[in-house]
Design a protein around this ligand. Structure first.
Ligand SMILES: CC(C)=CCC/C(C)=C(\C)COP(=O)(O)OP(=O)(O)O
Ligand SMILES: [Mg+2]
Length: 376
């Protein structure tokens, strides 16, 4: 393949825009997966953000309001699944379940899902993943103590135990014994029915990564260890949203072939996207985590501690780290799209970019869960 012509910074940025957000020009609006919005007006450095505003200076792409009809239907169906199929939560957690707004989240992140059934694949998994995080690791009875055993057993709801006839039934029963396992088991059953074997295996691998990240976070919490910034970033690359954008093709009803997914350049793009989305969480959940009992690690907290910065400087540096990750993600995604001109690969990259943007939108607008610090 001939080497690409060197391009000016303006044309390089137009290439990124075209590849990640679709073609532009007269008559092309219908070809894009994500509707182009007017570029956001960057806030003046001193502007104080109002409730629901984006973090000043955070590099992001606004998305159109998610389709309210789909949001409502996904919301209705996920509640029925949570209550009737997996008995997910007691009545007193209902407000938090509703406040999570998972329908709005998933509709924003998957604009190319052909049907609500496809959206439900992502929505059940998102709810199940949060149930494991809340009930095993965090605020709803979670603890670092004994986490490894709990996570491993829950992981078998995704990646089945194959053992002797004597022991198999005890394992099968165990998958119904708590809400996180019931949720993982059921969500995975739906996912396996809709995905190819290699898509399901990709997902299992990403979930094993996630569980390894939870364990490192828990180990550090147990010994009250504050890692170096790069060590924290390594942990957060695993304790990460990655399993969500990487199912974009199953949710879109197509497949990124396994050999293209496995390309080192594609793996880097996926990791950069996952890392940017996860640092978005660190920034929007900063005040919630400061208010929670004990020390909750997130990027601003680790930068402040390890680099001796004020809380505000550390937060602003974390914004820069996020922005660098986003720029690298976009540049490398554009390079991969040029190197492998395969329609399914381009669609997958657009799907990952849409997930990144939808994830930002949800964090920004979820004022039930998140609020910004007073740094501007
Ligand atoms: C949905 C999914 C795969 C989540 C995995 C990791 C995770 C829970 C996050 C990236 C969110 O981070 P955090 O636990 O800090 O969440 P909140 O800040 O409490 O919303
Ligand atoms: Mg957080």
């Amino acid at each position: 393949m001939p080497a690409p012509e060197p391009s000016s910074p303006q044309s390089a940025s137009a290439d990124v825009e075209r590849i990640l957000r679709g073609p532009s020009g007269l008559g092309t609006a219908g070809l894009r997966l994500v509707r182009r919005e007017e570029p956001p007006t960057p806030p003046a450095p001193s502007a104080v953000p109002a409730e629901g505003d984006p973090i000043p200076g955070l590099y992001h792409h606004p998305v159109p309001e998610p389709d309210p009809v789909r949001v409502e239907e996904v919301g209705r169906r996920i509640k029925a699944w949570a209550l009737d199929e997996v008995d997910l939560y007691p009545e007193e957690w209902e407000e938090q379940f509703d406040g999570f707004s998972v329908g709005r989240y998933m509709v924003a992140c998957h604009p190319d899902a052909p049907t609500v059934d496809h959206l439900m694949l992502a929505t059940r998994l998102m709810v199940a993943e949060n149930a494991v995080d809340d009930c095993y690791c965090e605020d709803h009875g979670g603890s670092p103590i004994g986490l490894g055993g709990r996570l491993l057993l829950a992981h078998t709801a995704l990646d089945a135990l194959h053992t002797t006839q004597e022991y198999q039934p005890r394992w099968a029963e165990s998958l119904h014994s708590d809400a996180p396992r019931r949720a993982y088991r059921s969500a995975m059953e739906y996912f396996v029915r809709a995905s190819t074997p290699s898509q399901a295996d990709r997902f299992r691998h990403d979930m094993a990564r996630l569980h390894m990240g939870y364990l490192a976070e828990a180990a550090w919490a147990q010994t009250d260890h504050v890692p170096e910034v790069w060590e924290y970033l390594a942990m957060r690359q695993f304790n990460n949203f990655r399993p969500c954008p990487t199912i974009t093709d199953t949710v879109g009803g197509y497949e990124l072939p396994a050999d293209l997914h496995a390309q080192p350049a594609m793996q880097r793009v996926i990791a950069l996207a996952g890392n940017a989305t996860t640092i978005v969480n660190d920034l929007y959940s900063y005040t919630k985590e400061l208010a929670s009992p004990g020390r909750h690690l997130n990027l601003p907290v680790v930068i402040a501690e390890r680099e001796g910065r004020s809380e505000r400087d550390a937060y602003l540096k974390a914004v820069e780290v996020h922005n660098d990750l986003m720029h690298d993600f976009e540049a490398e995604a554009a390079a991969v799209a040029v190197a492998f001109p395969v329609p399914a690969l381009r669609r997958f990259l657009r799907g990952v970019a849409a997930w990144v943007d939808g994830n930002h939108y949800w964090h920004q607008t979820n004022t039930f869960r998140y609020s910004l610090p007073d740094f501007w």
